[in-house]
Design a protein around this ligand. Structure first.
Ligand SMILES: Cc1ncc(COP(=O)(O)O)c(C=O)c1O
Length: 382
């Protein structure tokens, strides 16, 4: 079976984790600090704060942005559910906006229509690694006094207008889950251009205790006047995860380059099939191709679900397109009757196909050939 995704982990990552275990620093310590510094350098962000995953990063983003009960936050429904759950954690209401069917990212015109007196922020997701319309959304947020938060869970290594995702707005949240382009097992990072916010993130991730374990260690025999200054959380990353992350980050550009080559290979093969739409990179957008999605156009002789099962019988693992949160029970009961036709159609007619590094020539060929064969067969060309 050709898998949909695989993390690229080598002996280097295993050795880095083992060395960290033997160092005795297994919770948040010097490796986390080093990973943060390197991630900030890589993305061009002023500050990077490591956390336990992207969901906790987004939760802290909500708190730091001052989101609370009575507030509305505009976000896409067609995203992983964490993109809207974070709004609910803060006691606020997610307001779902439509996406653009060609890049699966927030449609700025639709976002504008949904701004009310209660709107406090917009969450722009870089869906499956494809950069969203950051500049347009940023202008709109500035005009209306709203915070822009980037959910870059899938977008480590992607670029927008010549600069890496992570340096474009005040709060950007990343994931290092194994389904992402680089991984630390579980893990997340927040980048920010604002020093005050970075300090706030550091405080909140460690129970709002004003001296962390590493600071206390560095203080030696001295007594630190530690205090828990507000309601905080335990959202820390461990040094083992960070040690793995440092090795992964060194490989990120190489992995993205290879993933883009695979995406180009698929584009060349699937552009020729008139019922398939390949991913679109809008001007200035460079995707890391965290996933590769094909959209079945209307009139396709094969439905999306048929394609999934036919590819499965060819030994190729695939997934349905990105979910919509508003059709999940967790949201249907809370806010019934929402209709988002563009998001629903994009979600129901798309399929994610295998893309990972390193993907062998014959594996790519097997995937492309299987898709072509299925369309030829239903059209009785062979
Ligand atoms: C768009 C998006 N946001 C947030 C998350 C949550 O990331 P994590 O699993 O690191 O909490 C994911 C994970 O798949 C995601 O795809």
């Amino acid at each position: 079976m050709i898998q949909i995704a695989k993390p690229y982990l080598t002996k280097e990552e295993a050795d880095a984790a083992a060395e960290t275990v033997l160092s005795g620093w297994v919770a948040q310590g010097p490796k986390v600090k080093e990973f943060e510094q390197r991630f900030a350098e890589y993305t061009g962000a002023r500050h990077a704060v490591a956390v336990s995953n992207c969901t906790t990063a987004l939760h802290l983003a909500m708190i730091v942005a001052g989101i609370g009960p009575g507030d509305e936050v505009i976000c896409p429904s067609m995203s992983y559910i964490a993109s809207s759950n974070c709004v609910r954690y803060a006691g606020a209401t997610p307001v779902f906006a439509e996406i653009r069917p060609d890049d699966f990212n927030l449609d700025p015109d639709d976002v504008r229509k949904r701004i009310t007196g209660k709107t406090k922020a917009v969450i722009a997701v870089h869906q499956i690694g494809m950069p969203a319309a950051i500049d347009e959304l940023k202008r709109m947020c500035n005009e209306h006094g709203l915070k822009l938060i980037e959910d870059a869970a899938c977008a480590a290594g992607s670029s927008y207008k010549g600069r890496k995702i992570g340096c474009h707005s005040e709060i950007v949240c990343f994931s290092f889950h194994p389904r992402k382009v680089i991984t630390t097992g579980e893990g997340g990072m927040i980048t920010t251009s604002n020093e005050e916010l970075s300090e706030k993130f550091r405080l909140l991730r460690q129970h709002a205790m004003n001296a962390g374990g590493y600071d206390r260690h560095l203080s030696g025999a001295g007594v630190l006047p530690e205090e828990h200054t507000e309601l905080g959380y335990n959202y820390r990353m461990t040094d083992m995860q960070a040690a793995i992350g440092i090795r992964q980050l060194e490989k990120l550009d190489m992995i993205v380059k290879e993933r883009r080559n695979i995406a180009e290979f698929y584009n060349r093969r699937f552009e020729k099939i008139e019922w398939l739409k390949v991913p679109v990179e809008k001007e200035g957008c460079i995707s890391n191709y965290q996933s590769y999605a094909l959209t079945l156009l209307s009139g396709s002789p094969v439905s999306r679900d048929e394609l999934i099962s036919l590819l499965g019988s060819e030994g190729i693992s695939t997934r349905k397109g990105i979910m919509t949160a508003h059709r999940e029970k967790a949201y249907r009961d809370l806010m019934p009757g929402i209709s988002l036709p563009v998001s629903e159609s994009a979600s129901d007619n798309s399929i994610l196909i295998p893309l990972y590094y390193p993907m062998k020539e014959d594996e790519k060929e097997q995937v492309a050939h299987a898709v072509e064969k299925i369309f030829r067969k239903v059209l009785k060309i062979v």
